[in-house]
Design a binder for this molecule. Structure first.
Ligand code: NAD
Length: 508
């Protein structure tokens, strides 16, 4: 009997070390903002140095935006919206341009991925798929969707015609973090553009390069000038200016809860712009003693916390293990943690890349120290490694004996640090799982179908994985409950954020 081979992974096949090596050392010229279809310097001429987490060296610089730069981009976006070239373009035509953009992203996929890795440190294998290829897929998806969305006729009395239209909201402001800038940026830019809006994007100050390249590709694809603008710089300067603008209609955000709160304040102090927030998490991954395959559970759970150095919003950062399998399971997790090859993220052999910045690395190490002071044991990692490279690398870390009230249980690290807590039974698992302010993601491993359903119902999170961790698809919405946020990216549901429902009441 012949053994069926797994399908060849096209993305992996295309990603060759020689190809990466050909572009990884390229000198990068300083970057300006992208406003009204062109690259321009900051009003003040100021720049921000971009430090590569790979070696701690200065990679290039980007414009350090000012309020004047942000205002200029918003004015450009408004003018482009009002001239109707994009906002009133036939959806089928917008679709063609967005699909062209998807093709251009695929053409430049390696360059985009390497640019992103050089400023954010994600392992290239992951970045190539999760950043470049996923961004292309996102533009294709929303491009394909836009000429299939219909308005409605309301079931009124016959003497009246009630029409319900989807109208673009106008100017969308988007603020995104550094962990997956291209993927998360595209989740917002693609549906916003498909719906006919103009957009001003504010990337994280330390991860702007791939998004600036994306803006140029959009222009090349035929997105009119002013429709897609990127303003780089500090959140406290250009992000605040966007939040307080009277001319941004909707603000979409991914980042920390602290910044999310500020955006709500900005909205209240300005034009009451709608704010959609995708925030942090402290996601429980729950291992019952009846899990179908404990070895597989440990392997997948380790990847679910440690890939991209734990800098993943949905990372399974709290491991809840049933008491009678606790010690063996934690030993297996620690073995996986120690086995990961951490190294230069541009080497295909590295399974885990760099922590994004020195300050993030120091914050991660502080979490470990505080956890130990609170009584937890470090059973794997817990320290900086490869410091001779100048880069910011941390060993995957497993902390056991973490109590519900501990800092490490309650607060998001956003780094490769796993908090392990034992539980007695199902009720105990649910209590511990729901004991934080977050509700982004969760996992449950069990062979008991009824229990799986009960857990899906009882765990307060936006997504729950059963007998796996971290699977996702563009067709499935992503968003949190509780203090993990109030919006959803991905899927057709995300389109709702970028439309106003407009009704017409026609007396017949
Ligand atoms: P952050 O909140 O520090 O920064 C996010 C963005 O907000 C950046 O562009 C930053 O410049 C900007 N910003 C900062 N201060 C601002 C201000 N005063 N006004 C306006 N904008 C401001 O978050 P981060 O450290 O870049 O990202 C990590 C966080 O993002 C984690 O909490 C993580 O869980 C979360 N995240 C959530 C999701 C999700 O889908 N829910 C996805 C990825 C990351």
């Amino acid at each position: 009997m012949s053994v069926r081979k797994p399908p060849l992974n096209k993305a992996n096949l295309m990603l060759q070390q020689e190809a990466i090596d050909a572009v990884r050392g390229q000198t990068l010229a300083p970057r300006g903002h992208f406003i009204d279809g062109r690259s321009i310097a900051s009003d003040s001429g100021d720049v921000l140095d971009i430090i590569s987490p790979i070696d701690g060296a200065i990679l290039t610089s980007v414009a350090a935006g000012s309020k004047a730069d942000m205002d200029r981009a918003i004015t450009s976006a408004r003018a482009a919206f009002e001239d109707g070239l994009w906002s009133k373009m036939a959806p089928a035509q917008r679709k063609k341009i967005l699909i062209k953009l998807a093709e251009l992203i695929e053409r430049d996929a390696l360059e985009l991925a390497v640019l992103g890795v050089r400023d954010n440190g994600t392992e290239i294998n992951m970045a190539y798929k999760a950043e470049s290829l996923s961004a292309a897929g996102t533009f294709r998806y929303y491009g394909e969707a836009i000429d299939k969305i219909y308005g409605q006729i309301a079931p009124t009395a016959n003497s009246v015609l009630g029409l319900i239209h989807h109208a673009p909201v106008g100017v969308v402001g988007a603020i995104v973090p550094w962990n997956f800038p291209l993927m998360i940026g595209s989740w917002k830019i693609a549906p916003a553009l498909a719906a006919g809006n103009s957009i001003v994007l504010k990337p994280a100050e330390s991860a702007s390069l791939s998004l600036l390249h994306l803006a140029k590709l959009a222009s090349e694809a035929g997105v009119p000038d002013g429709v897609f603008n990127v303003v780089t710089g500090k959140g406290s300067v250009v992000g605040e200016a966007m939040g307080l603008s009277m001319d941004v209609d909707v603000l979409v955000f991914t980042g920390s809860g602290a910044t999310g709160r500020r955006l709500l304040e900005y909205s209240a102090r300005s034009n009451l712009k709608r704010c959609y927030l995708e925030l942090g998490g402290k996601s429980p991954n729950i291992i019952f003693n009846d899990a179908p395959d404990l070895a597989q559970a440990a392997k997948v759970s380790a990847a679910g916390i440690f890939r991209n150095s734990g800098q993943v919003c949905v990372a399974g950062s709290r491991l809840l293990v049933q008491e009678d399998i606790h010690d063996d399971f934690v030993a297996e997790m620690s073995r996986h943690a120690k086995d990961f090859k951490v190294g230069n993220p541009l080497d295909l052999s590295s399974q885990i890349g760099a922590v994004h910045s020195l300050s993030e690395l120091e914050a991660n190490l502080q979490f470990v120290q505080t956890a130990q002071e609170e009584g937890a044991q470090c059973v794997a990692g817990g320290k900086r490694i490869l410091s001779e490279t100048g880069g910011y690398y941390m060993a995957p870390t497993v902390m056991s004996g973490v109590k519900v009230e501990d800092n490490l249980h309650q607060n998001e690290v956003f780094g490769p640090v796993l908090a392990v807590t034992p539980f007695k039974d199902e009720a105990d698992a649910i209590r511990i799982a729901n004991s934080t302010v977050y509700g982004l993601s969760a996992g449950v491993w069990t062979s008991n179908l009824s229990r799986a359903h009960r857990m899906i119902e009882e765990i307060k999170s936006g997504v729950i994985h059963v007998n796996t961790y971290g699977g996702s698809d563009l067709t499935v919405p992503l968003g949190g409950v509780k203090q993990s946020g109030n919006g959803h990216d991905k899927s057709l549901h995300a389109m709702d954020k970028y439309f106003d429902l407009k009704s017409a009441w026609i007396q017949l």
